[in-house]
Design a protein around this ligand. Structure first.
Ligand code: GLV
Length: 296
């Protein structure tokens, strides 16, 4: 089985019986037939070369989201993602944002820049907090486990949750955590109406995709004070351009789409790839197959 793989030392070191690796880089895709592609860091132009390989049967993207691939692959090609590779880091990142917000670390960091020693009283813990996780799956379950020792309660929302149940959960939420994929159904799902349903002072954490949230509605809810604040690992637009009003808001914590990043991610991605290829080479169906029309 000939497989196009990232030309990185961690992937070059992989040997799986029955697999011939074909290393590629951005702008350098070897010619010839390939049955599979392992996608990691490929830009749009390189992806289009990779996906045009004769004989292509499957693509493994080492990301959780698949929005960069959607619409680019012929329907005959099976798509797999790698959510388990990212779940713990994303859950830890969301928890870190919640704790930072509860303890006002962002405000103290701002004060530190001005060398100001100024205690605040509006600090909390997560004890008793109601956390609504919209897009409750593997990451949501890990987050729930991480939150349990803090005394927070998690309510998971899925696409099948009846609207009345969802609205009741939103009305009682201290935190709304978004872990949804970006699909035509989820785009703009958090608009002015959803934000207005939240308890006054609730916080929003977006660890899914920027376009889930209507940015103008978010800014208006922050401006009015209805929303306590927001922790955003993803934004719309993304990257957030210099001068964008979200940068200047003191109750917004922004990270540049790194929730799933760890220093050893490439090594872990290569290990994930090895296990995936071993399953395929043994004639078994690997995990992570993305169903038609799903975002993860
Ligand atoms: C990161 O956002 C991912 O989809 O893996």
């Amino acid at each position: 089985m000939r497989v196009l793989m990232p030309d990185l030392p961690e992937f070059r070191a992989l040997t799986v019986e029955g697999v011939t690796p074909l290393p590629y880089r951005n702008g350098e895709v070897p010619d010839g037939e390939a049955e599979g592609v392992v996608l990691w860091g490929a830009n749009a132009e390189t992806r289009s070369h990779l996906f045009a390989q004769p004989g292509l049967r499957w693509v493994l993207t080492l990301t959780a989201g698949i929005d960069h691939v959607q619409g680019e692959l012929p329907p005959s090609v099976a798509l797999y993602n790698a959510s388990p590779l990212h779940a713990r880091a994303v859950a830890v990142h969301i928890l870190a944002g919640m704790l930072a917000a509860a303890r006002g670390l962002h405000r103290f960091r701002d004060q530190q820049r001005g060398e100001r020693w100024q205690p605040r009283r509006d600090l909390t813990t997560l004890e008793g907090a109601s956390v609504v996780v919209w897009g409750y799956g593997h990451i949501g379950r890990i987050l729930e486990d991480l939150l349990a020792p803090h005394g927070a309660q998690v309510t998971g929302l899925r696409s099948a949750t009846p609207p009345a149940e969802r609205d009741a959960a939103l009305a009682g939420a201290d935190w709304l955590v978004l872990l949804l994929p970006d699909t035509p159904d989820t785009r703009g799902i958090v608009g002015a109406d959803v934000l207005a349903r939240l308890k006054p002072g609730a916080w929003l954490s977006n660890g899914g995709r920027g376009p889930l949230v209507d940015t103008d509605a978010l800014l208006a809810a922050l401006e009015s004070g209805h929303l306590g604040g927001a922790v955003l690992d993803v934004t719309d637009p993304e990257p957030l351009p210099p001068g964008h009003p979200l940068w200047a808001r003191e109750n917004v914590l922004i990270t540049p789409h790194i929730a799933s990043t760890t220093a050893d991610l490439t090594r872990r991605g290569a290990e994930y790839t090895r296990a995936f290829l071993e399953e395929l080479a043994a004639g078994r169906e690997p995990g992570g197959r993305v169903a038609e029309g799903r975002g993860y």
